[in-house]
Each structure stands twice: as C-alpha cells, then as structure tokens.
Design a protein around this ligand. Sequence first.
Ligand code: ZN
Ligand code: ZN
Length: 419
Amino acid sequence: MVICDGMGDRPSPEFGNKTPLSYAKKPNLDALANLGAMGLMDPIAPGICPGSDVATLALLGYDPRVYYTGRGALEALGAGVDLNEDDVAFRCNFATIDDSYRVIDRRAGRISEGVSELAESLNKIRLRKVRGLNFRFIPTIQHRGVLIFRGEDLSARVTDIDPHKNGMRVLKSIPLSRSPGARRVATAVNEFVESSIRVLSGHPVNVKRHQRGLPIANIVLPRGAGKLPKLESLEIIGLKGVCVAAVALVRGVSKASGLRLLDVPGATGGPDTNFKAKMKAAIEALHEDNFVLLHFKATDVLGHDRDFLGKVEAIQKIDESMGLVRDMVDAERTLIVVTADHCTPISIGDHSGDPAPLLIHGCGVDPSGAPSFDERNAARGDIGRIRSLDLMPMILDLLGKGRKFESQGYLKNCRGSTM
Ligand code: ZN
Ligand code: ZN
C-alpha cells in the first residue's frame, strides 16, 4: 500500500486546468492504472476534511470514531517513545513569535539544524506549578517534536497552545473537563511554553540563525494532546508486515497497529527524501512479510506550500520509484494499492474534504484500460466512490483473506466470522 500523502488535488487554471497528478509525467503509475482499477475515496465521508492521523487510521481499517485518541500520542509512538496508559503527549512545532506573542512563522523556517541542542536545553526546564508530573521533549523531523507528560491520572482533554495560523496570538491551554488530570496538564503545558520562550530566545542556535537572517525558533507550540490508542494488531486480519515511513505520525499509527518500523537511510519525510531507497526497502520486505505500508510525505508538504510544480516533481519521483515495483514484484501474487490519505490542493494550501484518487492493481483486478492515473480517470473508475474505511476489507477480499460478516469482533469493519 503506497500512500502519497495529500496527493489528490483540484484543477489549477494556471496549468491548463490540470491537477499535479494529471500534469505529471508518470509512465509507471499510468501503466498500473491501465491494468488495474481506479476509484475515488472519501477519507471519512464526503466533504469532511481530515488530518493525516484519522485518515491513516481509516486506511488501515480502524474507524477513527472508535479508535482515535488524539494525534500527540501517535506522533510520540512514531518517535520511538514507549507511552504509558496515563501519559499525555502533544505534537509540537518550533515556531517564531514576535514580542506580542504573535506567530510570525509556525515552522520557524522549517528549522532542522540545531534542534537537538534546543531540545537539550528545553529538557532542563523545571516545572514548579504542578507536583508529581514529569515531562520530556523529543525533536522528530525538522521543526516538529513531541512533548510527553508523565504522572498519575492525567487527561488529554485540554485545548491547543498553537493557534494553527501565522499572524495569530499564541493561545493558553484550557482544560475541557472538570477532572483534576485535565487541569494539571493544562497548567503544566502553559508553564512549559512560557519557559520555552525564556530558554530558546537567547539560545546559541538562535543567535546563529539570526545572524544568517533565518527565522529563530523562539517558542514551542504544542497541540493535539492525546493518549495511547488501543488498536488491535493487523495480524488479527492476517496481515503481518512493516511500515516504511519517515514522519512520526504514520510510524506511530503503524506501530500501534502491529507493523514493524523500517529505518531507511536517506528517508527524510520531505521532498528531498530518497524515494527509490524507500521503495526498494518496501519491496524487499515483501520477501518476509505479506504487507507493506509505504508512505511518502513530499506531496503533502508541497501542497501546503502551494508549490504546483514541486508537487508535480514529487509525483514524478514517486513514479520513477514505482518502476522498481514493475521490475521486482510478481504482479499475479501481489496487490498494489496506490492512493492518498486525503487531498492537499495547491489552491487551498491545506487539506480539503475532496475524495482522494485510488488505484488497485493485481490479484485478478479487472483492467480499466484507462490512459492515466489522475483524479478525473479515478472518478470514472470501476471502484466508484468508497470511504477509506472500506479499503482494507476490499484488500482482504481480493487477497482471499476476507471472512464472512459478523457484527462483533476486533477491527469490526474488516473482520467477518471466525467460524
Ligand atoms: Zn496526510
Ligand atoms: Zn498535511
């Protein structure tokens, strides 16, 4: 299963009303589409705009309405943190603010150099307002990180500090329930953020960035408080395998669902990733396992950046790497699924509620004969329009692993009768 994050898009008038996917030269994906079936897939339901967290859960067959417990915990798992049941984790950005607490750059110029030094200083902060509570800050990729609070009976029912938009003021975290656990977490995260400004502002890493004219990382903005999700392993439905992804969130969802995490040299979680190395690792994993989730983040990053041609280039690099699949995979015995977790249209610069294009190839799928893999041809495809949550049962059915329907049981959506 190849997930091209945010790949789906809307037509751009400046580029002949094409989408990045229809504009890109991608002979390998087009050939797979010609011999496979296509359709559209609503991440949650028509018009509902998802985050990558709920969208990825749904792709793996976990109903987000049942299993979603907040993004922070998934990011923390993906960053290699072993979470306890009571822990509350936030995802965070290093960001740039001005003297009036207004956010100038939510990503501090996508800072990547020096983040471990910044993290080291942050971890020396002593929180004084809440007793019996420890924290750890772990940088992940570029400007991203996770913040974990450990203590008894903590609650993730608190609001974000991150205002989610440049130009807005930094928020205060507020408890959303009357529980002491929520109040303690809100107090602690507010104190941590205040302290982060003090620790980061004059930090040598930032002094250097200032001299080089780069945005300084003078605050940590936490958001998406969450607790450890309880996902039944995909092994229950007969899938044993690995995840090839660099971004912490996808690694976290994969780990929680029982997939092993592969580390691939050169995988960055951005447009500069080594697409072919990731594809090669994914294909090689199929010698031992029967399921591989391969995730590319570049398409989403460039969608957020509103970079049409950049997104085209990322799609073309994914296509080049798909050439390895055509050479190395036994198409009769392998089901290849290529899709996006959601759309990140250039015209919006963010996720949308549009359906994502879906391509399924192999294992007896009826060839579409269509000329190319893009949103328009996917809309005309045999699969029609499904929800992401429908995908995993369809995959199991095509693999001959489907079971007869039973209303109870783990992964209720995927698993039929065990009789
Ligand atoms: Zn996404
Ligand atoms: Zn995104």
